[in-house]
Design a protein around this ligand. Structure first.
Ligand code: GCB
Length: 642
C-alpha cells in the first residue's frame, strides 16, 4: 500500500483537487458500522469539517472525549471521465493524516487501510471510480493501546463507552486532521526521488536518484532533471541514467520490481519500477543555510522515445550538508547552535488541524525571538510545516510518534521517580516494533528531501534502562540508518530516569537529547540552588562518561499562567519562568558539549484533564493564542545575542 508519498504538485501532467469541506460524520459507538454497511452510505449523520479535529467543536463532553470508531463520508467526481472515456491517468486519493487508524471505501468497496495518525497515505482508486458521483467513506478509530504509536490504553466506562488514557501529555485529538486530495497522476510517473549533497571546493556535488513507476508496456523512457536557482537561472539540465543495484556494482543492468503491495481492490499488483541516477554539479551554489534559506526549483521530466512528455514533477530543494563531528553539529561544515522549541500542532478550536495562518504566525513568533530550530514533538507534522521551514531556513528535528513507551498516565511526573514499568518486557512489544519501524519508514520516505530536516528523533522518553529497550531500539535505529539516503544524525529524547549510569540506549544516538526539568518537577519552588546543583551534578556525570557527542536540551520549562505575577517569582508565575530559564541558561553555558536549547514548549497546549494540568499544559513561552509571556522577551534577548 506504500504508494508514493511525494508532496502532490500540479504540473502539465499532474492534477490535484482538494476534497476538503464539510463531510458527513457519525460516531459508531456500538462498532456496528461495518455490519450495517455504513460504507454504502450513512443514514444518520451530522456535518463535520475536513480537515478538522472533532473534539473541541462540541459542547457535549462525551462527544469531545469520544473514543472508538467514527465514520466520515463525502462525494466526489473525477473530472474528464465518462461512460465512453476512461481516465488516462491513475486516480489516487491522498489523506494528509487520519488519527489513528483508518479503513477507506470507495463506492462501498474497501480500498485499503492505514495505521498511524500523523503521516499521509495514498490509495490507487483508478478501477473503483465511476463517471459521475462517487462515494468516499472512511472508518476511523482513535483508541490507544501498547501495540501502536503513540502508546496508551483505554478505560471502559460503566455505560460501555471508552475513554482514551494516553501515556503521553497531549490531548488525543482525532479525526481527518489534514487535507484530503484527489490526484490524477500519469501511468508512468515519478514515484520518488532523493538527493544527497556534498560540498567540494565550492562546488555542490549532488547525487540524485529518481524512482520511476513504469506504467507503459515498453519501458524505454528518458528521465531528465532541471535545476533553476532563485534568480530564475537554469543551472543545469541533464539526462539521468537507468541503473539498479547490480549495475552499480558493475553487473548487467536489470530493472527491479517496486516493493509496493497491491491495493485491496486488486487494482494493481506488481509494478515495474525503474531507477535512475546522476551525479550533478552546481558551481558556486546558493547554499541553504540556517535562517538564510536559498532553494532551487527541481523539475523532473519523463519522456518516451519520441520525446512525448509522460510526466513532470516539481519540487523545491536546498543544497546543504549536515553532520555530527565530535561534540558539534555542522551545517555546511560550520557548527550550529540550536535555539528554539519543542512544539505541538495545537490551537484553539482547531485542535490538531493543520492551518496555514496558525503555522505562519508560529514562524513569525519564532523568528521574532531569534529561534532557528524546532522539534516536531511528538509526531511528524503536516507536510506544509517542513515546506515552510525550508523556505525560512529553520532546522527541524523530525520526530516519529514513539511517545508513551512507559506505562504512566503522567509520565512527566514519573520521569523523575525511578518508576519502572517493564514496558519493553511485554510480549506485545514485537507488534509495537513493527509498527514503529513502519512509521519511521513512512516519516523518512516523506521527509528525506527537506533541507530543514537535520535529524530524525526516533523516540520520546521511553524506558531506556533495560537490555530489552536496547535490543528494541537498536533494530529501530538500524532500519532508520538504512532508510535515510542522506544518513542524517539520529537521536531520541531521554527522560530523567535515563541517567548517565542507567541509560542503555544513548550509545545508539548520534547526538544526545535530554528532557530535564530541574527547578520544576525536580526541586521546584523555594530557590533554585538545589535544582541548579542537581542539574550540574547530572551534567558532570555525563561529562565523566566521556561521551564524545553533542548534547541538545530538547525539553526544559515550567508551567506558567500568563498574567500571573509574583515578586519574588513563585511557581506558575511569569517571574518564576524567567528565573528558571536564567538558572538553566547559566548551567547550559558552562558545558560546551551542549549544542542546543529547545525550550518546552513554544505555546500552551491541550492535554487530558488531570490534577496536574490547569486547562492544559502551560509551559508555553507563548499563550495558546500566540501572545508572548514575559519569558519570550528573555529568550529574545538571549537568542539574538547567541
Ligand atoms: C515531558 C514530555 C512532554 C511533556 C513535558 C511536560 O517530559 O516529553 O510531552 O509535555 O514533559 O510538560 O511535562
Amino acid at each position: 500500500m506504500m504508494e508514493s508519498l511525494l508532496y502532490p504538485c500540479m504540473t502539465v501532467t499532474r492534477m490535484k483537487l482538494s476534497l476538503d469541506g464539510m463531510w458527513k460524520f457519525s460516531f459508531d459507538r456500538e462498532k456496528t458500522g461495518e455490519e450495517n454497511h455504513w460504507e454504502k452510505g450513512l443514514s444518520e449523520y451530522e456535518m463535520m469539517p475536513v480537515p478538522g479535529s472533532f473534539a473541541d467543536l462540541y459542547t457535549d463532553k462525551k462527544k469531545k472525549n469520544y473514543c472508538g470508531d467514527f465514520w466520515y463520508e463525502t462525494d466526489f467526481v473525477v473530472p474528464g471521465i465518462s461512460e465512453s472515456k476512461r481516465c488516462e491517468k491513475r486516480i489516487l486519493l491522498r489523506f494528509g493524516s487520519v488519527t489513528h487508524r483508518v479503513v477507506v471505501y470507495v463506492n462501498g468497496q474497501r480500498i485499503g487501510e492505514h495505521e498511524g495518525g500523523f503521516l499521509p497515505f495514498v490509495f490507487d482508486v483508478t478501477d473503483c471510480v465511476y463517471p459521475g458521483i462517487n462515494r468516499l467513506s472512511v472508518k476511523a478509530n482513535n483508541e490507544l493501546n501498547e501495540e501502536c504509536l503513540p502508546c496508551g490504553t483505554v478505560r471502559k466506562n460503566k455505560d460501555g463507552s471508552l475513554t482514551a488514557k494516553p501515556y503521553f501529555d497531549f490531548f488525543n485529538y482525532s479525526g481527518i486532521q489534514r487535507s484530503v486530495e484527489l490526484l490524477l497522476v500519469p501511468n508512468t510517473s515519478v514515484e520518488d526521488y532523493s538527493y544527497v549533497t556534498e560540498l567540494v571546493d565550492g562546488t555542490a556535488k549532488i547525487d540524485l536518484k529518481v524512482k520511476l513507476r513504469n506504467g507503459e508496456v515498453s519501458g524505454d523512457v528518458n528521465v531528465s532533471v532541471k535545476l533553476i536557482d532563485e534568480n530564475g537561472k537554469v543551472v543545469l539540465e541533464e539526462r539521468l541514467y537507468n541503473y539498479d543495484k547490480e549495475s552499480l556494482s558493475g553487473k548487467t543492468m536489470e530493472n527491479k520490481t517496486c516493493d509496493f503491495v497491491s491495493s485491496e481492490a486488486g487494482c494493481v499488483s506488481e509494478i515495474e519500477c525503474l531507477r535512475y541516477t546522476k551525479s550533478l554539479s552546481v558551481e558556486s551554489p546558493f547554499l541553504w543555510n540556517v535562517r538564510d534559506a536559498h532553494l532551487y526549483d527541481i523539475i523532473i521530466r519523463v519522456t518516451d522515445k519520441t520525446g512525448k512528455l509522460l510526466d513532470e514533477y516539481t519540487d523545491r530543494i536546498g543544497l546543504r550538508t549536515v553532520e555530527v563531528k565530535g561534540k558539534e553539529i555542522l551545517v555546511n561544515g560550520k557548527p550550529v547552535y540550536l535555539k528554539g522549541y519543542g512544539k505541538h500542532e495545537d490551537f484553539n478550536i482547531l485542535g490538531r488541524t493543520f492551518n496555514y495562518s496558525v503555522a505562519r504566525r508560529d514562524f513569525e513568533c519564532m523568528k521574532w525571538n531569534g529561534a532557528n530550530c524546532f522539534r516536531t514533538s511528538h509526531y511528524p507534522y503536516a507536510d506544509e510545516w517542513y515546506r515552510m521551514a525550508d523556505e525560512e531556513g529553520f532546522l527541524i528535528i523530525d520526530e516519529v510518534p514513539a511517545v508513551g513507551m512507559m506505562r504512566s498516565t503522567h509520565n512527566f511526573v514519573d520521569a523523575g521517580t525511578g518508576k519502572y514499568t517493564y514496558f519493553f518486557e511485554t510480549p506485545t512489544v514485537s507488534k509495537l516494533k513493527n509498527n514503529h519501524i513502519q512509521q519511521v519508514r513512512e516519516m523518512i520516505t516523506r521527509d528525506k528531501n527537506h533541507p530543514s530536516v537535520i535529524a530524525f528523533s526516533l523516540f520520546n522518553e521511553p524506558e531506556t534502562t533495560s537490555d530489552y529497550a536496547y535490543d528494541y531500539f537498536s533494530d529501530i535505529f538500524e532500519e532508520a540508518r538504512k532508510l535515510d539516503p542522506e544518513k542524517r544524525p539520529l537521536t531520541g529524547a531521554l527522560e530523567k530516569n535515563s541517567s548517565p549510569e542507567k541509560c542503555k540506549c544513548h550509545p545508539l544516538l548520534d547526538f544526545i537529547s535530554l528532557n530535564r526539568y530541574y527547578g520544576w518537577y525536580i526541586s521546584g519552588g523555594e530557590d533554585f540552588e538545589e535544582a541548579e546543583g542537581k542539574f550540574r551534578d547530572e551534567l558532570d556525570r555525563w561529562k565523566a562518561l566521556g561521551v564524545n557527542k553533542p548534547f541538545i536540551m530538547t525539553e526544559f520549562g515550567t508551567d506558567t499562567l500568563a498574567g500571573n505575577h509574583s515578586l519574588p517569582g513563585t511557581m506558575w508565575s511569569e517571574e518564576y519562568q524567567n528565573d528558571y530559564y536564567e538558572m538553566n541558561f547559566r548551567v547550559i553555558d558552562d558545558y560546551d558539549f551542549i549544542q542546543g536549547e529547545l525550550v518546552w514548549n513554544f505555546a500552551d497546549f491541550a492535554t487530558s484533564e488531570g490534577i496536574f494540568r490547569v486547562g492544559g499544559n502551560k509551559k508555553g513561552i507563548f499563550t495558546r493564542d500566540r501572545q508572548p509571556k514575559s519569558a519570550a522577551f528573555v529568550l529574545k534577548s538571549r537568542w539574538e545575542e547567541l
